[in-house]
Design a protein around this ligand. Structure first.
Ligand code: D0W
Ligand code: ZN
Length: 585
């Protein structure tokens, strides 16, 4: 027998008030571990996480006493349905403890790993960004993987089994299906594949152009103009964005350089100043400014006296007053963009903080990732960087515009296949499509197939290269970033329209536009109280992810790349897909 639907409001009232307290306790313990890694804080964080899982499992029992279809108010019904999801608490105490432990151990292993005594942030990241020495890059690339991923292989297998047990106990085939359920869209995988196919031509043209420039830089022994690119030459530990090789691929030398790093450093900007400038950008649009508690509790820079998780992150303490960022900020443009990304999360938390706790989430995980990046597209324009006195007056000519679009493409277009393959690989592992005896081979099959990159050294199943990327040992789904690259251009185009922008889309700076701010804020306020299609339609008029805005934004660059690649008779794609660079250089 079901509980009377009349009891739903009272049930939800107690859920909302108690869940705020439980969520705060779990987030606070996880924060204390992130800003001070040691056995004690790791154990306390795991314990608080287990307590939250058990709380959610108990509440799910109460929620399932209701028959949703009998709850006529769709908002209440949606809350009850979300609370009915048991989650990790479906595991036995023993298995839940084992999952927490293996997650904690992989997190700590990743965040404390060093190569030659150097941590990933900032040291190894800086080497991968600035070195042009083939062998130094290769040794750093290998050293990081030996110190991180390689040591996690067995833990990861345990993690996969326990995650799948959670999924099955929650009524899903495997954890990949559970993760995809967050989109509430039956054919979501087909939608992902469709937008990937639409963007692939743009990626292939960029890949061919960059490969040619790397060929000129590193020579024909290590670059095959018909093959994948060695993965350690693209300025990033995972080749996930190629911003740091801009100097090698700049279309027009001598024209405006779209990089504010020099300006930030020469003008003596501090981390706090970067944060305040970014917060002003939100405020000047009529969005919500970060509260005082944010400025009091945020960790702006890497402390020198303890181990911390340096990977930037934003935190909602679910008490409607405490919101923080933790970041090991360096003074450069990439971190200025990252600050906007993290403040985008904070903005979403602030906008939906009066929603019931189960609705304090992105309309889908990709929306949460797109908020800050959407504003960063405006901040990064040549005009805006000039307004901030971070670059000289930009030349008003096509060459400077192509240089600018190239810098954005090295960040956004280069990222697309990586954003796609990270979870395709994990979905295959969870579903068993990839055997546990074949984890690393399956990873590199996708890295070649989708990204057109190949390892600088031969890899075996003794290695575990996926573990060398934060989100794998930290159990953070990744397709959200792929979705974000697509929808952030849909959001950007909509906000540019609201701000009255005319002319080239990529020149739009909606700084100060309260019309744009209202359009965005009205969508963000909804949190996950509506489906992402409803939220998207409210803002853009369409109910589908579409690459049309992105393709429109980059059209001038695509024309340039196609013209250059045709002139150079480039082979588009990497038909010599099994080529590998020599390992004895
Ligand atoms: C408590 C908690 O965990 N909070 C969540 C937020 C939430 O869920 O509420 C959170 O802060 N997650 C951290 C994560 C950090 C970053 C990241 O991991 N980025 C991806 C992909 C990417 C790359 C370039 C880019 O421009 C945008 C994304 C990567 O680096 O590979 C690193 C710098 C940027 C974003 C994040 O902010 O998403
Ligand atoms: Zn994010």
């Amino acid at each position: 027998g079901f509980a009377s639907p009349d009891g739903a409001p009272a049930f939800l009232e107690q859920y909302n008030s108690t869940s705020e307290v439980k969520l705060f306790e779990a987030v606070d313990a996880e924060w204390n571990y992130n800003v001070n890694i040691n056995d004690q804080t790791q154990a306390a964080s795991e314990a608080a996480g287990i307590a939250l899982s058990n709380f959610q499992a108990e509440q799910a029992v109460g929620a399932k006493l209701f028959e949703p279809s009998e709850i006529t108010d769709t908002n209440l019904r949606r809350q009850v349905e979300k609370i009915s999801v048991v989650g990790e608490g479906a595991l036995s105490d023993e298995d839940l403890a084992a999952l927490s432990k293996v997650n904690g151990d992989m997190q700590t292993a990743y965040s404390t790993a060093t190569y030659n005594g150097k941590p990933l942030d900032p040291d190894l990241t800086a080497t991968m960004a600035s070195s042009r020495n083939y062998n130094e890059l290769r040794d750093t690339w290998k050293g990081w993987r030996d110190a991180s991923g390689k040591l996690m292989r067995e833990d990861f297998k345990t993690y996969v089994d326990l995650q799948n047990e959670v999924a099955v106990l929650n009524g899903f085939d495997d954890m990949g299906a559970f993760w995809r359920a967050a989109y509430e869209t039956p054919n979501i995988e087909q939608q992902f594949e469709a937008v990937w196919q639409e963007m692939l031509p743009l990626y292939e043209q960029l890949h061919a152009f960059v490969r040619r420039r790397l060929y000129q830089q590193y020579g024909d022994k290590v670059i095959n103009l018909k093959g994948p690119i060695p993965a350690h030459l693209l300025g990033n530990m995972w080749a996930q964005d190629w911003l740091n090789v801009y100097n090698l691929v700049e279309p027009y030398a001598g024209y405006t350089r779209p990089d504010a790093t020099a300006g930030l450093q020469q003008q003596g900007w501090t981390a706090e100043k970067m944060f305040h400038e970014a917060d002003d950008f939100f405020g000047n649009m009529g969005l919500i400014r970060a509260p005082q508690a944010f400025w009091d509790k945020t960790m702006f820079t890497k402390p020198t006296d303890r181990d911390v998780v340096c990977h930037a992150s934003a935190w909602d303490f679910y008490n409607r007053q405490d919101f923080r960022i933790k970041m090991c900020t360096e003074i450069n443009q990439q971190d200025f963009v990252t600050i906007h990304h993290e403040l985008g999360h904070i903005q979403y938390y602030l906008q939906y903080m009066d929603q019931p706790t189960v609705f304090r989430d992105g309309a889908n995980p990709g929306f949460h990732e797109a908020v800050g990046d959407t504003l960063a597209l405006s901040v990064g324009t040549l005009d805006h960087l000039y307004k901030l006195d971070l670059i000289g007056k930009p030349d008003e000519n096509p060459q400077s515009d192509i240089n600018y679009l190239m810098s954005v493409a090295l960040d956004k277009i280069a990222f697309i296949p990586f954003g796609y393959l990270m979870d395709k690989w994990r979905w295959d592992v969870f579903s068993g499509r990839s055997a546990k005896t074949n984890l690393n081979q399956a990873w590199w099959d996708y890295r070649v197939k989708y990204q057109g990159v190949t390892p600088p050294l031969s890899r075996t199943e003794e290695d575990f290269d996926p573990g060398a990327k934060f989100h794998i040992p930290n159990n953070v789904p990744y397709i959200r970033y792929f979705v974000s690259v697509v929808v952030q251009f849909q959001f950007y185009e909509a906000l540019c329209g609201a701000s009255g922008h005319v002319g080239d889309l990529y020149k739009c700076d909606f700084n100060g536009s309260t019309e744009a701010g209202k359009m965005f804020g009205d969508m963000l306020k909804l949190g996950s109280s509506v489906t992402w299609e409803d939220a998207l339609e409210k803002m853009t008029g369409t109910r589908e992810m579409s690459s049309a805005s992105l393709v429109k934004y980059f059209q001038p660059l695509l024309d340039f790349l196609t013209e250059q690649n045709t002139k150079n008779n480039e082979v588009i794609g990497w038909p010599d897909y099994s080529w590998e660079p020599p390992t004895n250089t």
